[in-house]
Design a protein around this ligand. Sequence first.
Ligand code: HEM
Length: 414
Amino acid sequence: MTTEAPKDYATDYDVLDPNYIKNPFPVWDQLRDKCPIAHTGRWGGSWMPTTYADLFAIAQDWKHFSSMDVLVVPPQLQAGSAYLNEEGEFQGDFPGVAAPPITSDPPEHTWARKMLLPPFTAKSVARFEELTREHCRHLLDAIIAKGTGEADAAVDYAQQIPPFVIATMLGVPTNMTADFTQWVRKFLELGPFNPEGAVEARTNILTFVWGQIQDRRQNPKDDLLSYLVQQKVDGQPVPDTHILGTSFLLIVAGIDTTWSSIGSALWHLAQHPEDRKRIINEPEIINSAVEELIRAYSPVTMARLVLDNVEVDGAKMCPGEKVLMNFPAGNRDPAVFEHPDEVILDRAKNPHIAFGVGIHRCAGSNLARMEMKVAIQEWLARIPDYSLAGASDETTWAGGQVRGPRTLPVVFPQ
Ligand code: HEM
């Protein structure tokens, strides 16, 4: 790994370069014209497609591109020993626990996904909308009560919403949300820079979830964890390691992604009063506005492992190589989206792939959309007029697997 800025993005991109994270859009435009599949030796080496068509095709081709290793920059997990102690608690760093269905290929993927979908239908998720609204209102009460006309829209607001909602759905104490947030950040965002911290965070999540799973076996409730432990595959109970991995995924996938999307939306709206006015004055456009903001500021890049020699758009890929599924770049491709760098809140045709495409398409998209809609509506109802704080933009961004603002200071009239 080198820390020098890339001289040529086509052959030496660095997904964790702070300048790239802050403004990757011109780089993707350049690469689409030049490559369009870039390569780098950094962070273990990878390919990076940048056109919608290539991303779409690779995402469909699970026979050549496995999901066994989906982390963009995986922390160097040491294979330790795992065992159950006398109390039936997992010890060690949980080798063998993956994150199905996102880390599964067919045939496991087929039943693992099917089992997960019912609690995430639009109807199931709607049960949590009012509670999400109330939570957003409490957060805004606290922001406004400070009386300073200042807030960190990422830390005080966006970051506080998804952990609360997923904790409620899973049926675990909502006062765990600060721990969830810290663990998920240490695992995903900071993992490449601090592998030991990532291993520890993963162990913390798994240890916590394992305790909860044991409890639900004894005392089933009306919650998502109880639903998971009651599932069967081929008439047999689903193995513990599988349920543990899926619960881990729900915490990781449910938190970082959605808070990044809410944060990016608020960052955009802070700088575009005309878009704020439209959402306020034309409430009926909220659903297309959410889709457009997700498209323009897509947060998630996933990885694939090449299984066989395969050529895509001139790139000759070999078994064992990694491909970064840069869905965000696909969503700015002018071949598919007119004026891709403009946010058009009522964009008529918006076949974005921010939630992926193919067999792994996001299982939580209804939940993510609901949280985004509610978060934006409630913010604008209380803080219709606001802008970025400071003379210049003081926003800081995380990138790599999930791109989004991590600090977002804003000011608003009292
Ligand atoms: C704006 C927010 C979100 C975005 C942009 C997003 C994006 C994605 C993407 C791109 C994938 C495809 C992965 C791949 O192809 O390898 C995915 C899969 C997945 N997401 Fe999301 N996600 C979001 C929110 C959520 C939430 C809130 C949950 C649930 C708590 C969730 C659960 C999942 C699951 C379970 C999968 C795996 C599906 C499978 O492998 O079949 N996501 N997500």
